[in-house]
Structure formats: C-alpha cells, structure tokens
Design a protein around this ligand. Structure first.
Ligand code: ZN
Length: 246
C-alpha cells in the first residue's frame, strides 16, 4: 500500500516545535506518523506532547527519557541537567500518561513497510547506546533485518549505509532514494532539541511509492518554548541551548 510516513523523534516535550512539525508533515501529504522515542524530558510540555502523540495514533517506542520519566529508577546515569527535568516530569505526568509510556516497546517492525524503529541501536535496545560513528553503526547493522531502520537519541540527523559485507559508510542528512540490496540506518534528528547546530526542528518523511527518504527542517517559535521552560522553573541552560541547536 502506498504510504507516506512522517518519522519523528526526540520531541522532548517541546510543544511549539511538535505543532509546526505536524503542520509541515500534513502539508507534505503524510498519511502515517511514527515516533522513535523520547516524547518527554528537557522541555516543559510533557503532558500536552504525550496527549498529541497518543491522539495521532502514532506508533511509538520507548526512549531513555520516556523510561525514566514513568519509573522511579535512580538517575545516576543522567547528566544533572537532564535528571532535574526527569524528576519534574515525573510530577507532571498523569497516571494514564505514565502507564502509556511504560507500555511502549523498545523496538518495532512496521508491518508491510519494510522498516523498523529503535530509539538508539538494535545492539541492546533497552540500554540505549548512542550511534555516533560507523563503528557504532556496524554493531547495530548485525541486528537490523529490514532494509531501513529509523532511530534518534543523539539528536543529530545522519544516515549510515551498509552495502553487502563492506564496511558501513556515513552519509549527510540529505534526501536520497533507497537502493535495493542495501541497508540504511537513519537518524531523523530531534523535533524538540536539535544538536547539530541548526535550531530548526528536524524529522524525516519516508515515501513508500518513490522509496525516498526526505529530511525536513522546520522553524518554530523558540521564544515560546523558552518561556514555557522559564515558567516551569527548569534550568535556564535548557532554554538557551534551543537558540543554538546544541
Ligand atoms: Zn533524546
């Protein structure tokens, strides 16, 4: 069936960014929404973002922030800045929202669409390892059975490609057409806290008819996201980093 998927990741409770991304996706004729995890954390609108993602009927998996925001697990592995927001988010989420996050899987195959999703890597998905380079990507490709897999976690859009037995290569996040016989591991970037130096919200569109992947960057009202962070008394650094995309 012909479908156009918008694949969103690392929304991180940034409501103004999520809204413009959804508008942009609809203007592109998207038929289905997918989320590669981390709906919450870092920004100040976790409840609104969880509700929107649920209402979209958007297939979603559990990121590390999602996991810690709906559990009481110790935050020893978290940067203090991130940990303070996890603790705040725990107090915001309604019980039905926490239950929903808790019920999310760590990885998914999209039926009939030849792609899979994971937050970090298929190499122990519940440990949320980071894929920064081709070596990290190689460990992931061992477990990737579908031609395409979309992920997030680093907040930096990038494509890793694997041709047969040869070493994985890295491609810039520009649109491309899927070639048969190759595997692609695609980082969609972050809706709510981009870290590649470009402050615009990032996401991907995958068109099953043309077999093409498109990277989208959308401007949003950063000042509104910052105002929400300040009103919630979350760390000021989280507001400032949105301006620089770091
Ligand atoms: Zn994240």
């Amino acid at each position: 069936m012909d479908k156009k998927f918008a694949i969103l990741g690392d929304i991180h409770a940034n409501l103004p960014a999520l809204r413009v991304v959804l508008d942009d996706a609809r203007s592109q004729g998207v038929t289905d929404f997918i989320c590669v995890g981390d709906v919450v954390g870092y920004n100040a609108s976790p409840c609104e973002c969880v509700d929107i993602v649920r209402e979209l009927g958007c297939l979603t998996i559990q990121g590390n922030h999602d996991h810690y925001c709906c559990s009481n697990d110790p935050l020893t592995d978290f940067h203090p800045l991130a940990a303070s927001v996890v603790e705040w988010t725990r107090r915001q989420l309604r019980s039905d929202q926490a239950d929903w996050l808790r019920g999310l899987d760590y990885q998914k195959n999209i039926p009939g669409a030849m792609f899979s999703i994971v937050h970090g890597t298929f190499d122990m998905p519940e440990q949320w390892g980071y894929v920064f380079d081709v070596l990290d990507a190689e460990s992931h490709f061992v477990y990737q059975k579908t031609p395409l897999c979309f992920h997030g976690h680093t907040h930096v859009p990038v494509v890793f490609e694997k041709r047969g037995m040869s070493a994985a290569t890295r491609m810039e996040p520009i649109g491309f057409q899927v070639s048969f016989g190759r595997k692609y591991f695609i980082n969609v970037g972050s809706v709510g806290q981009p870290r590649d130096g470009i402050p615009k919200a990032s996401y991907c569109i995958y068109d099953t008819t043309t077999r093409s992947v498109d990277f989208r960057r959308v401007e949003y009202d950063i000042a509104e996201a910052q105002a929400r962070i300040r009103a919630a008394h979350l760390p000021e650094r989280l507001a400032l980093r949105l301006e620089t995309g770091r």
